[in-house]
Design a protein around this ligand. Structure first.
Ligand code: PLP
Length: 914
């Protein structure tokens, strides 16, 4: 990463949105060129010089894409320079459309020289197969070779000549001749799926290097600092860090053994002697792609579905017979199609596998997912991450174990602890009172809880730290720092990162370091570095013999690399951010001590998984992995681009920004947690380096794809606005708060979705303006009052109070963990429970004079969706005030007619189990 100061702060090409909008900007540049050429041809306002200027503006980036390629570009340039306006316009249109629609990936005529294309007569019998292109998936291979700038066309031709009709995929070469260009190419061109490195290429780009270098610096890579001794190996290392899914090949004259011994060569799939047949390389490249393309379970399911099978087991709809033969439910068959029934089975043999005890293609599919997600093991889960979380709790937590838990986390964790008998030690996220939501848990609170446990001699019982990354609203932890500092206090602590929303982040080099597995990998590397022990010992020396808790809290603690047992778990709702059917979830494991708990995991799977897992769900997990490994990088970059676009359009629009805004990092994260001083993605003057530094150092960052849109300032409460957008405009949002809604961009969004959203918001704003104009003084006052009520009269968020004495077990004075399970089951004995209506004066009386009110169950209002009471918790005035002010209708665990369900204090101890 560069430490070079930005040369021109705030220059537009260093801005964060510029970086992400490059793919979109490329299409825009081509569109502009086409429009201008057309105008020129019609003798409109533009002229040759204008068209030529736009052609030049395509810039050196075009060299990083196989299409349109040198030939078509030269041909276009010649037409422009030769004053052939109409011919230039026609060619610009052809190329521009091919890029926009991506038709060049399947249509060979897109690639033909202008003359050949004009002569070609469409022939339906030999459609687009002239150069072997058909419906086969298309990718590009970067070739980094000396002299590629002059020999480029012959390299491309060489690669094309290798094509065979039986190849499963088709690809084009993208030749570059330097380290710098290679990095630019893999960042900018998501279609690149394989890279071949020849020895002898340059370090620095030639020609228009300043643009590239500027881009590289903005991407955080200072190529000048890369060790130049063994360029191909250094490059391999850097490329793998940017896009770990890429297949790398190296052609070398040296001894393969020499290369294979270098740790940087670990990411190279195959080293070939340069003299070996190019065909060998071709076969390797295709095999590499097919290794990612293969979906063992799905492939087998498809085969299974095609076989004639008579079933005599349960599941009448299997093979569709009970559906298609019925007069009454045939429409179900027609709606879903035959295949889903052919692929339904309760069999676990005959080509299928058992999710509960996988030994065949499910096992293999899980192993491929582990490779893709950068961990050691993956469990496919077909009952959502709700179940994945409970499995982790059950497998790792025994009764009495203490788990440090964000109270604001998903309810599956709270219930998981009730089932496992673990004791939650609730740690509070910072509140965002004005939006009625919580942020994330500050590291200081986590460390303090651990140090308090240590002070009271119970640190050995602390088993796990369990946090949500990113949170619903987009707060991303500094996962590496959290784990390192916690491991400095207790080196065998387990981490569960609930990344329900964040599974996609693996595919962005920008977000990956802040995922559970990205950080775990970095910590592993750090542990292997001899300098780490030195750093640890230096810090120990500085801290002295018995450092005070205060000192430890303010120090950025370094763990002892020799003592760490790295045990990291991640759960993700694959269905929330990738192409899996609903409820498809994965449980990721990177645990050095996994062998010791593997049997427990199997028990957890047996406890929680259905014995009839859905085949289509398993298949969709397999397929989601395939997609991310082959196109995840581009899809995620696109989702980020869309999000930045929405942020910019809403916040900069002269009318929309009067009533709506998307909150920036500076509004979502208090300044004390943005240590680098980072404000927001689009603040003027903030550039890419600021973003990189913030991602690296700040305690919390914001996921750009999760956008909190404030609607209270337009006079709508969140629920009302969400409903209106869905009912009247067919736009669906995620969750709501009192005065905001959450928008989320993901891998399925397009730029037209952005346009539609902006159009609708503008329509709503115009309507508000008309109504305000018509409503006169009174109308305006009423609107202002409503906005004020939504934005300012917000209830304070109640903190977790404490567990009642009966459920405190051996907890000391400093920490608040409790025996939630005993409290939970106390509620099963009616004689020990009572109800108090929320508005009853008895409630106020008990708050004042006691006896304490003990919640019998979880009470979870939606929104905000976190438990404001848990079983065994003492109810305080803050909680009652919050409940009374709460204007939401859906409150799980609370029946308004009956009132609060409480455990009678005199019965509290009746059912405590030890
Ligand atoms: C949605 C969600 C879950 C539960 O996942 P499902 O796949 O819906 O069961 C768990 N944790 C968090 C943070 C979530 O957002």
């Amino acid at each position: 990463m560069t430490d070079k100061a930005a040369t021109s702060k705030g220059a537009s090409n260093r801005r964060i949105d510029h970086f992400f909008s490059l793919p979109g900007a490329r299409a825009d540049r081509w569109r502009a060129l086409h429009a201008s050429a057309r105008d020129w041809a019609r003798r409109g306002r533009s002229d040759r010089a204008g068209v030529r200027a736009l052609f030049d503006a395509l810039g050196s980036y075009e060299g990083f894409f196989a299409y349109p390629g040198n030939k078509l570009l030269s041909s276009l340039r010649e037409r422009i320079d030769g004053d052939q306006a109409e011919a230039a316009a026609a060619l610009a249109q052809r190329i521009s459309e091919a890029i926009l629609t991506k038709s060049y990936k399947a249509d060979a005529t897109d690639w033909q020289s202008a003359e050949a294309a004009a002569e070609a007569t469409p022939d339906l019998n030999t459609p687009t197969m002239a150069r072997g292109m058909g419906r086969r998936p298309y990718f590009e291979m970067l070739v980094v070779a000396p002299g590629a700038s002059t020999r480029g066309d012959s390299i491309i031709e060489q690669v094309r000549r290798l094509r065979r009709p039986e190849d499963a995929f088709i690809y084009e070469a993208v030749p570059v001749s330097s380290f710098e260009e290679a990095i630019c190419a893999v960042i900018l061109n998501p279609t690149i799926a394989a890279v071949t490195l020849y020895e002898g290429f340059f370090h620095e780009a030639q020609g228009e290097a300043p643009v590239l270098r500027d881009f590289l610096a903005s991407a955080g890579y200072d190529a000048a600092h890369i060790a130049g001794d063994d360029l191909p190996l250094s490059l391999a290392d850097v490329l793998k860090r940017i896009r770990p899914e890429l297949d790398l090949y190296m052609l070398s004259d040296r001894h393969v053994e020499h290369i294979a011994g270098d740790p940087r060569a670990a990411g190279i799939r195959r080293v070939l002697y340069s003299v070996e047949e190019l065909l060998e390389l071709h076969l390797c490249v295709l095999e590499g792609i097919s290794d990612r393309f293969r979906t063992p379970f799905f492939d087998n399911l498809k085969k299974y579905a095609m076989r004639p099978i008579s079933t005599f087991h349960a599941l009448p709809i299997a093979r569709g017979k009970s559906v298609f033969k019925s007069d009454w439910i045939r429409d179900m068959g027609e709606f879903y199609g035959l295949n889903i029934f052919l692929a339904e089975s309760s069999a676990t043999t005959g080509g299928l596998d058992s999710l509960l005890e996988p030994t065949g293609n499910i096992k293999e599919a899980q192993e491929m997912a582990a490779r893709a997600f950068g961990c050691d093991h993956v469990f496919f889960v077909t009952n959502g991450t709700s179940t994945s979380n409970k499995m982790v709790h059950q497998a790792l937590v025994a009764p009495g174990d203490i788990v440090l838990l964000d109270r604001n986390c998903h309810k599956s964790h709270h219930y998981g602890l009730v089932l496992a008998g673990g004791q939650p030690l609730y740690i509070e996220a910072f509140p965002m009172t004005e939006y009625s939501m919580y942020g994330a848990v500050p590291l200081a609170s986590i460390k303090k809880a651990l140090l308090d446990l240590k002070a009271e001699g119970r640190l050995d019982r602390a088993k796990m730290v369990d946090l949500t990354n990113c949170t619903f609203d987009g707060h991303i932890y500094n996962t590496r720092r959290v784990m390192e500092e916690c491991l400095a206090i207790k080196p065998d602590l387990i981490f569960l990162w609930d990344e329900a929303w964040f599974g996609f982040a693996r595919w962005s080099p920008f977000l990956r370091p802040r995922t559970a597995m990205g950080a775990a990998e970095a910590i592993e590397k750090w542990m292997d570095d001899p300098a780490s022990v030195e750093a640890y010992e230096a810090q120990q020396k500085e801290l002295g013999k018995n450092p005070s808790a205060a000192k430890l809290l303010e120090t950025r603690l370094i763990p002892d690399p020799r003592k760490i047992r790295l045990r990291v778990y991640q759960t993700n709702s694959t269905h929330k951010s990738m192409s899996s059917l609903r409820q498809g979830s994965m449980l990721l494991v990177k645990d050095i001590d996994f062998a010791g708990v593997e049997a427990q995991f199997h028990e957890a799977v047996f406890t929680h998984a259905s014995t009839s897992p859905n085949q289509q769900l398993i298949a969709s997990l397999d397929v989601a992995r395939r997609q991310m490994e082959l196109e995840g990088y581009g899809l995620v970059a696109n989702a980020i681009e869309i999000a930045l676009d929405i942020r910019k359009e809403v916040n900069a629009h002269p009318i929309i920004s009067k009533y709506f805004k998307v909150l920036g990092a500076d509004q979502m994260i208090p300044a004390e947690y943005r240590q680098t001083g980072f404000t927001d993605f689009l603040t003027p003057g903030v550039d890419w380096e600021d973003q990189v530094r913030s991602m690296h150092e700040d305690e919390f960052c914001l996921d750009p794809t999760r956008m909190t849109l404030v609607c209270g300032t337009a006079g709508f409460d969140g629920t009302q606005f969400k409903k209106m957008m869905a009912d009247e405009y067919d736009i669906q949002f995620n969750k709501t708060s009192r005065n905001s809604v959450l928008l989320q961009s993901n891998i399925n969004n397009t730029r037209s979705d952005v346009a539609n959203l902006i159009r609708v918001l503008l329509e709503i704003c115009n309507k508000i303006e008309r109504e305000l104009a018509r409503g006169g003084e009174n109308g305006r006052a009423a609107f202002a009052a409503r906005v004020k009520s939504l934005m300012e009269d917000v209830p304070d968020l109640p903190n977790f109070s404490h567990f009642h004495e009966a459920y405190r077990w051996d907890a000391g004075k400093k920490t608040s963990e409790g025996d939630m399970r005993s409290a939970f089951y106390s509620a099963y004995y009616p004689e020990g429970c009572e109800y108090l209506p929320l508005d009853s004066p008895d409630v106020d009386q008990r708050l004042k004079k006691g006896p304490e009110m003990i919640s019998a169950n979880f009470v979870i209002p939606y929104p905000p969706g976190f438990p404001i009471m848990v079983p065994g918790q003492v109810i305080t005035k803050e909680t009652i005030d919050f409940m009374r002010k709460l204007d939401v209708k859906e409150i799980h665990g609370f029946e308004r007619a009956k009132g609060l369900k409480l455990i009678r204090p005199d019965h509290a101890k009746d059912h405590v189990r030890k």
